[in-house]
Design a protein around this ligand. Structure first.
Ligand SMILES: [Cu+2]
Length: 164
């Protein structure tokens, strides 16, 4: 939803800049709709949906829990997370290291209106489902959390173990 709004704004801005630019943006827009921006982190990188051999369904509830709360993957594996919010309030699925998630949760408490969109996160309104495609390029223990103020602290956190 947010990405669509951004694209529309970008298109409007580029159209104002001239017809040549607008034409270029048409092509760029098509690719961004198919593939999330390439991002590389300590816990992996943006996945290619065509290489996602495995789909993991994750449910989020108003009991502040993810189900499953523990996931095991192999290094190099690309996973398509289909994240469903079966609750009545907003939840989100954010992959990261425990330290990053903790810091991010603290920031969200200070700035509750803060908005961001990265390929390793999904903001899911009640009753909706969003998808995150991610490649786990590094071994280790990573996490996913809901960073809506209070949720992470209430235990809305899960674990991803990436093994060789
Ligand atoms: Cu939540």
């Amino acid at each position: 939803m947010k990405r669509e709004v951004m694209s529309a704004l970008m298109l409007a801005a580029l159209t104002a800049a001239g017809p040549g630019w607008a034409h270029g943006d048409q092509a760029a827009k098509k690719t961004t709709q198919k593939q999330a921006p390439m991002v590389e982190t300590a816990f992996g990188k943006t996945g290619d949906a065509r290489k996602a051999a495995r789909t993991i369904r994750v449910d989020m509830s108003d009991q502040m829990r993810f189900s499953p709360a523990s996931i095991s993957v192999r290094q190099g594996e690309t996973v398509k997370f289909v994240v469903k919010n079966s609750g009545k309030i907003m939840h989100e699925f954010v992959l990261g290291t425990m330290q990053e998630l903790r810091e991010h949760a603290e920031l969200m408490k200070k700035h509750p209106g803060m908005e961001h969109d990265e390929p390793y996160m999904a903001h899911v309104p009640p009753g909706k489902t969003e998808t995150v495609v991610w490649q786990f390029t590094k071994t280790g223990e990573f996490h996913f959390g809901c960073l809506i103020p209070g949720h992470f602290e209430a235990g809305m956190v899960g674990k991803v173990a990436v093994s060789k």
